[in-house]
Design a protein around this ligand. Structure first.
Ligand code: SIN
Length: 317
């Protein structure tokens, strides 16, 4: 019997719990011929802003020697009007759900974007980006402030009945508190982690590797830190948590599910292996068979059960 890989994020029903992370899958069409789209339960398109943006000066991407990546793209995108007119319609008959990622400079800009998007029936959910470390206004400054997070989620909630996911930054001191504010103000799920703030210097030219000096750090080296943040938030909220950060193989993905993530997002590693979702899905289902599970959604319970068992043993021992 096959393993049931479906998962539910609020009203959003996915055929697999693997999602392509925003920024790593373009506007959705770029990868259609080089990977098996059906392995992705959903794809998140590049973050869209109210106006078109050319992004930050170059160099704006650097691969670190330990397999990580620094980026400071600066939310380069075509802007909401062009996105709705040209990019979204191309995704109409896609074999996977579409999640639209948005970011604004002000709280009211977020509301205005949701209102515009709500006229289209192509997308299934929104991912509200309040965690980009590479822009002067908005971005991470929202995601590290509980009051702003509250106002922002509230305004987006008023503008649509479709599922809202809020993408969080690991740079927030009180991440659990931010996640709880999202839950209390109507978010259906939170996704984390976006990139950590990092930097690198070329010691010969004495120039920063990235023009903006600091940048977002992602890829395999951040995985243990991301997993700890996901675990922290899973224990703080009741809404689904979508885990991400450096996932590069089936074993990494399974760790996030064991920590309580309902779904996972794959980002940087898509650049290395566009078909990574298919490989990871195979590994997850194989692991479920080994563990006598009938569905991937049962993974979350496994680790928790072991912990309760171990705690009991320690106490009684
Ligand atoms: C960028 O465009 O600079 C990255 C987007 C993000 O980190 O949210």
């Amino acid at each position: 019997m096959g393993i049931d890989t479906s998962c539910k994020i609020g009203k959003l029903q996915l055929t697999t719990p693997i999602i392509a992370a925003s920024g790593c899958f373009g506007y959705g069409t770029e990868y259609s011929e080089i990977c098996d789209l059906k392995a992705f339960g959903a794809i998140v398109t590049k973050t869209i802003t109210p106006q078109p943006r050319v992004g930050n000066s170059t160099p704006r991407i650097w691969e670190t020697p330990n397999g990580g990546m620094l980026n400071s793209i600066g939310l380069a995108n075509v802007g909401i009007d062009c996105y709705i007119k040209q990019k979204l319609p191309e995704l109409k008959n896609y074999p996977t759900k579409i999640i639209v990622s948005i970011a604004g400079n002000t709280i009211s800009e977020y509301g205005e974007m949701v209102e515009k998007l709500d006229a289209s029936d192509v997308w299934a959910a929104l991912e509200i980006n309040i965690s980009c470390p590479n822009v002067k206004e908005g971005g991470i400054s929202f995601g590290t402030n509980t009051r702003m997070t509250q106002d922002l989620v509230k305004i987006c909630r008023e503008k649509t009945t479709r599922p809202i996911i809020v993408k969080l930054t690991p740079m927030a001191t009180s991440l659990s508190e931010i996640a709880k504010v999202c839950e209390d103000n109507g978010a259906d799920a939170v996704s984390l982690v976006n990139t950590y703030v990092g930097m690198a210097i070329d010691i010969y030219s004495l120039k920063p590797r990235i023009a903006t000096i600091t940048a977002g750090y992602s890829g395999p080296p951040i995985k243990p830190m991301a997993l700890a943040r996901v675990w922290e938030v899973v224990n703080a909220v009741s809404i689904p948590v979508i885990g991400m950060g450096g996932i590069c193989c089936g074993e990494d993905a399974i760790e996030f599910f064991l920590a309580g993530a309902t779904a996972i997002e794959i980002g940087t590693m898509i650049y290395v292996e566009p078909n990574i979702a298919k490989n990871i899905l195979n590994d997850i289902t194989h692991y479920c068979t080994l563990k006598n599970l009938v569905s991937t959604s049962q993974l979350a319970g496994l680790f928790l059960k072991t912990r309760e068992f171990n705690t009991t043993c320690t106490i009684s021992g």
